[in-house]
Structure formats: structure tokens, C-alpha cells
Design a protein around this ligand. Structure first.
Ligand code: AMP
Ligand code: ZN
Length: 460
């Protein structure tokens, strides 16, 4: 199997050749733990889980190291902790918020069928490594101390900006929001900053007497270095992380280690929108994984996510979920008796072509057609191929027994019942028309009678 991946840095799809096939190394930026993860956050988790599974299939499970960090030091965490536990000392409140959120995140992504990464390092447990990097950068002239903060000097790196390829004036404009007088260049970014009284604080590097805390980007340079080395194979995350987060990770790591690259492939998932709109608390369309799991099996959410290629924006819709539920219901029934068979070559080829999951799913739908005609190897092949991406891992009886509140609508049946009800009403048989309305209501369908006829919708 020849695996091809799109690399954001070189803007091309290339054949993936690991630096060391006996230890294929991938780093993905994980969550900042201050609130329930939303369905957009689930996207990189699912996408890179599919890649993790594919790499394990290709190189052997014991030959792949997947690191996904947990950001547990951040201004948003501090703010949330102070708001939620105003009577507790801030450090204790922060611990409560991060522990609770961290546990919820793990429950959520396990329900989505994601394997645990090999290592899940927490930022606050790697302050020592961050300080080593910061000291190195200062020594080599890539960073400087200013008013007890440490800043990375962007002009010290002539090829800064290769990943995002932003024009200089845009970068300056973007950085202006937080331009402090002590910055030598507006693009310079924080490696270490002074902690205000009450904020989390650690002894500072570089002989700074006052205690401080790390900037955001340095944690990923430190943790990827510790677990994957100076250069590794794949670095991933959402497209919003390209600038400044990943650009700045590259600057820190390459200047600290004098390396030509930080990772050989940079992969970014597109953004998720809800019913065609940006997801935002202010728009009232903000959905957490936790809420969705009340209504749908995690596997439905996973399949709905994989219907779109990971680099495209995804439109998250109710109709997509209903469709995914129907598909899985059908697949589970068809494969109930199947042993696990060979992988479908078309499905594997699609997946190996920069994780083309929509094409892969189309191949599985073809198999479904064959399996429905009673072709036994097709059912076995469907099962094995779906399992490669973390689907159809339950038994059919477990699948059927586990039914959250979601509704699968048999549209043909609804139409037939609506017609029967109309006929009953015409004959003034209101007992029968009421009975049909009740039957539909039990299926979760609400009727609306208008002057143009009867329409229906799903009760929520
Ligand atoms: P955060 O906790 O905000 O740092 O985000 C964790 C991960 O989720 C990052 O890789 C983000 O790029 C990704 N992410 C956040 N919002 C979305 C979204 N709406 N669609 C896709 N990915 C997202
Ligand atoms: Zn990161």
C-alpha cells in the first residue's frame, strides 16, 4: 500500500515515507481543557484517529507513536476557574476545571470510537522541557528577555512564515492586537510571560527572578521533542492552527535544534459548520459532543464526520445524522453473521489517497449492494473494511440494543400512513385518523395540517 498525504507546508500531495518505519511518529494538537468539547473539536480527533489506524495497519500497531497533548495552562482556563469556583484558591479551582473537562473529553472521544493515543502529555508536566528550549533559544540569539518576559525574535529566522505564507504586512497587522512596547518586532511572540498575582506560576528561566508561565506555542515544541525527537513524521491539527500556532512551533523547534524542518508532513482538517452557518455560542447553534451523544450513538457521529473529506469544510446537519444512522442500521444487519474478511481494495486505495473517506465509503456502499444480494464474501469484506476506520466494531445485537433518543425515519412508511389518515378523514372515520396520528407520534413524527395538505417533522 502506497500512502499519499497532503502536506500544508509544501502545498502538495506526496508519498509518505516514514523517517523510521519501526517507529512512525505523529503529533496532533489536543484540546484546551476548560469546557465541554464541541463537535468541531471532534473533527481532528476522528480524522487523526483514522490516520493512526491506517498507519498501524500499514506499519504494525507497535511501530506507530501517536502523541496528542492536553493544554492545561491557558488564560481561558484561569478565567473559567475563577468564574466557576470563586471561593477556592485559583490553583485549586484550575485543577477542578481541568480534571473535570479532561475526563469528559476522554469519555466523549471514546464514545466516538477513537483509540487512545500512545502518549497524552499535559503541558503543566513539561515545564522543565519548555525551559530548556527557551534557554537554548536565548543562547543562540533567537529569543530575548524583555521586562521579565521571554520573546522569540522573528527576524532572527530568515525563513519564518513558510507554513502559512502570509504576507509580511498581514502578519504585522495580525500581531498588532497584542503588541507590547517591549517587543523588538511586532511579530515577535511570547515564549514565557510574567504571571500576575494569583495566576499559576513556575520559577522562570533565563535568570528572571519573578515567577512566570509558558506562552501557548512552546508546549507543543517541548512535548513533541520529548516523545518524538527533533524531527518527526506528521504534525496535525485544525486549519485554524496554521497561523500563528504551528508557524511558531516550527520557528521554536527548528531554531532550537538547527533542523531544516520540524515535521515532514503538516496536515490540517477543515472547519465544521452547523447547518451552513459558523458554529458560535452567540448564534445558538453551538453543539457539544456530550449533547449529541444523548441523542445519537457515537458511531453515527463518526460516520457522519467521515462522509466529508477531511480537508474540506464540513456542513454538520440533522439530515446527515439521520442518513448515517440508516446506513449503520443496514450495515449491522447485513454483516451480523459475517466473519471478518479481506479488506476491500478500492476502500483501502481511497483511504491511502490522502484519507479519501467519502470515496472509501462509496466503495463500502457498493459492497453493501452485493451483501444485500446475499453475497457472503461481500458482507465479510464490508465488515473488515469498515472496522479499519473504527466502524462496525460492535455486535449487531449490541447495536440494536443500544438506541439513544435518535429517530430513524422510514419515510415511505410515514407517507403511507399519512395517505391512510387522509382517506380515513375523508370518510369521517375520526377514530381511525386519530389512531394513525398516534401511531406516527410513537414513531417520533409530528403532523401539521395545512390548507395545502399534511406535512410532517421529527419531534425533538
Ligand atoms: P482548541 O481546544 O480550541 O484548541 O481546539 C482543539 C482542536 O479542535 C484544534 O485542532 C482546532 O483546530 C480544532 N477545532 C476547533 N474548532 C473547530 C471547528 N469548528 N471545526 C474543525 N476543527 C475545529
Ligand atoms: Zn500545538
Amino acid at each position: 500500500m502506497e500512502l499519499k498525504l497532503y502536506d500544508t507546508l509544501t502545498r502538495e500531495k506526496r508519498v509518505f515515507v516514514p523517517l523510521d518505519p519501526s517507529n512512525v511518529r505523529m503529533y496532533v494538537c489536543g484540546p484546551t481543557v476548560y469546557d465541554f468539547a464541541h463537535i468541531g473539536n471532534a473533527r481532528p480527533v476522528i480524522v487523526f484517529d483514522v490516520l493512526f489506524r491506517l498507519l498501524r495497519h500499514r506499519y504494525g500497531a507497535e511501530h506507530v507513536t501517536y502523541v496528542r497533548n492536553i493544554t492545561d495552562v491557558d488564560d481561558k482556563i484561569n478565567a473559567r476557574a475563577a468564574e466557576e469556583y470563586p471561593d477556592l484558591p485559583l490553583n485549586e479551582a484550575i485543577r477542578k476545571v481541568t480534571e473535570k473537562t479532561d475526563q469528559q473529553f476522554h469519555e466523549d472521544v471514546a464514545a466516538l470510537g477513537c483509540l487512545p493515543p500512545t502518549v497524552e502529555p499535559r503541558a503543566t508536566e513539561h515545564i522543565a522541557e519548555m525551559k530548556v528550549l527557551i534557554e537554548r533559544l536565548i543562547k543562540s540569539g533567537h529569543a530575548y528577555v524583555a521586562e521579565d518576559n521571554v520573546l522569540f525574535s522573528v527576524p532572527s529566522m530568515p525563513d519564518y512564515g513558510q507554513l502559512s505564507k502570509r504576507p509580511l504586512d498581514e502578519m504585522i497587522a495580525g500581531a498588532r492586537v497584542e503588541v507590547a512596547a517591549y517587543k523588538r518586532d511586532p511579530r515577535d511572540f511570547v515564549l514565557w510571560k510574567l504571571s500576575k498575582p494569583g495566576e499559576p506560576a513556575w520559577p522562570s528561566p533565563a535568570g528572571i527572578a519573578a515567577p512566570g508561565r509558558p506562552g501557548w506555542h512552546i508546549e507543543c515544541s517541548a512535548m513533541s521533542w520529548k516523545y518524538l525527537g527533533e524531527i518527526f513524521d506528521i504534525h496535525g491539527g485544525g486549519i485554524d492552527l496554521v497561523f500563528p500556532h504551528h508557524e511558531d512551533e516550527i520557528a521554536q523547534s527548528r531554531c532550537a535544534f538547527h533542523t531544516p524542518v520540524m515535521a515532514n508532513f503538516w496536515m490540517h482538517n477543515g472547519f465544521l459548520q452547523v447547518e451552513g452557518e459558523k458554529m458560535a455560542k452567540s448564534l445558538g447553534n453551538f453543539v457539544t459532543i456530550h449533547e449529541l451523544l444523548n441523542d445519537w450513538p457515537g458511531e453515527v457521529l463518526r460516520l457522519a464526520m467521515l462522509q466529508t473529506h477531511y480537508r474540506q469544510p464540513i456542513n454538520w446537519t440533522m439530515s446527515g445524522l439521520i442518513e448515517a444512522q440508516k446506513t449503520l442500521d443496514h450495515w449491522y444487519v447485513l454483516t451480523a453473521e459475517a466473519d471478518s474478511g479481506y479488506l476491500c481494495a478500492d476502500a483501502l486505495d481511497a483511504l491511502a489517497d490522502d484519507l479519501n473517506t467519502p470515496k472509501m465509503l462509496a466503495a463500502l456502499h457498493e459492497l453493501r449492494g452485493e451483501a444485500a444480494k446475499g453475497v457472503k464474501p461481500a458482507a465479510a469484506c464490508l465488515k473488515a473494511s469498515a472496522q479499519l476506520v473504527g466502524l462496525l466494531e460492535k455486535t449487531a445485537s449490541n447495536w440494536i440494543a443500544f438506541r439513544p433518543k435518535s429517530i430513524v425515519v422510514d419515510e415511505a412508511k410515514v407517507a403511507t400512513l399519512i395517505e391512510a389518515r387522509a382517506a380515513a378523514r375523508k370518510q369521517k372515520n375520526f377514530a381511525e385518523s386519530d389512531r394513525i396520528r398516534d401511531e406516527l407520534s410513537k414513531m417520533g413524527i409530528v403532523l401539521k395540517d395545512t390548507k395545502d395538505g399534511t406535512t410532517w417533522e421529527i419531534a425533538r
